[in-house]
Design a protein around this ligand. Structure first.
Ligand SMILES: [Zn+2]
Length: 245
């Protein structure tokens, strides 16, 4: 039976989870401009859907936590609809949610992240979880599986080809392809400054959102789920390392 933390009662939690399931997925996202064509909740929709697909594959070993939907998104704050919290607040919040899980027998936590701006804070949030005796794993799907994704798309980007494709496959009705655009500008190095977002994130996009298709999205989802299945197996079999000789 598929197990979603928030659908259980205390009694069913006790009967079905406690001392039986030790691995949980915490989807982490953000609410922010995603081009002019993708929904503001793009970075929540993707990790929540990845979590649901994994849950259907491993219902007896895995449970899904309610998502943390608000993240750190300073770079996109100027676009209407973006909601951003500070790195520190986000990191502390996720860290405390995570360490609480150890009280209920969760040993492995997968932070299923959908948003680039969250990466630094989530790295830090994993530290108290490790100190509480847990194994915390951070998955940034578009980065970790970039090589695979680039066999499907010609490029990647924020509301770019890959993310637009995934949204078309997951939430087609909420995407307006007529408003998709291409950002020809790419910063030469990591830079933050006021006023450069009009280029660095032109139309709240990096890359080319016009190239996204549902077919590409379906393929990306397939490869991501296959990689994540391998990750879970490795975690459960204590295979945390590859050996380089
Ligand atoms: Zn995104």
């Amino acid at each position: 039976m598929e197990v979603y933390w928030e659908r259980l009662t205390t009694k069913t939690f006790q009967e079905q989870v406690l001392n039986q399931i030790d691995t949980a997925i915490l989807p982490c996202g953000s609410v922010e401009a995603h081009g002019m064509h993708c929904p503001l909740g793009t970075d929540n929709i993707a990790p929540i859907e990845f979590a649901a697909r994994l849950e259907s594959l491993y219902p007896d070993r895995l449970l899904v936590l309610p998502a943390v939907p608000y993240g750190h998104t300073w770079d996109l704050a100027q676009w209407p609809g973006t909601i951003s919290v500070s790195n520190r607040a986000f990191s502390q919040y996720v860290g405390e949610v995570g360490t609480n899980l150890s009280r209920w027998g969760i040993r492995n936590i997968i932070l299923m992240n959908g948003h680039g701006g969250n990466v630094g804070a989530l790295q830090e949030a994993m530290e108290p979880m490790a100190e509480a005796g847990m194994r915390a794993v951070l998955v940034n799907w578009w980065l970790d599986y970039s090589q695979d994704i680039l066999t499907i798309t010609t490029g990647q980007g924020h509301a770019g080809e890959d993310e637009t494709a995934v949204m078309l496959a997951m939430a087609k009705d909420w995407v307006r392809m007529d408003d998709a655009s291409f950002n020809p500008y790419k910063p030469k190095f990591r830079v933050k400054a006021q006023g450069i977002q009009d280029k660095s994130l032109r139309h709240a996009t990096t890359g080319d959102g016009r190239l996204g298709t549902k077919e590409k999205g379906d393929k990306i989802i397939e490869v991501v789920i296959s990689r994540l299945s391998t990750l879970l197996m490795d975690l459960w079999q204590d295979n945390l390392f590859t050996e380089v000789r």
